[in-house]
Design a protein around this ligand. Structure first.
Ligand SMILES: [Zn+2]
Length: 115
């Protein structure tokens, strides 16, 4: 018997950032909302392939944010106005993405020497 609708999640890249950098990244990539879970703020860029029930996370960022806040402010610069991005508590899927992101970050092979 085949289990239908079993979602496969693969996270391919993970980065640890400051809250400001993460907010900036989310803003640039138009990722909304951001997610929060257990003191971590995170955002991800993904592609979903419905036929295979496959969710590919191309890039995921995580930052330490001890307390939940329902929005986060991105400070603008010269020609860019400041914006406020919504933050929501992680869904079940987002939780799994966070788990894999943290796993990736703890693997030393993940870190590249450049950058
Ligand atoms: Zn990001």
């Amino acid at each position: 018997m085949e289990k239908k609708g079993r979602l496969i999640i693969n996270v391919y890249s993970a980065k640890e950032r400051s809250v400001d950098d993460l907010a900036w990244c989310a803003f640039c990539q138009d990722v909304k909302p951001l997610f929060w879970k257990d003191g971590r703020l995170f955002c991800y860029e993904m592609k979903f392939y419905p036929k295979r029930s496959w969710l590919v996370v191309i890039d995921s960022c995580v930052a330490i944010m001890p307390t939940y806040n329902k929005s986060i402010r991105v400070e603008g610069s010269a020609n860019i106005p400041s914006v406020v991005l919504p933050v929501v508590k992680a869904s079940a899927v987002a939780e799994k993405i966070l788990e894999q992101t943290l796993n990736l970050l703890t693997k030393p092979s993940h870190r590249k020497s450049s950058s």
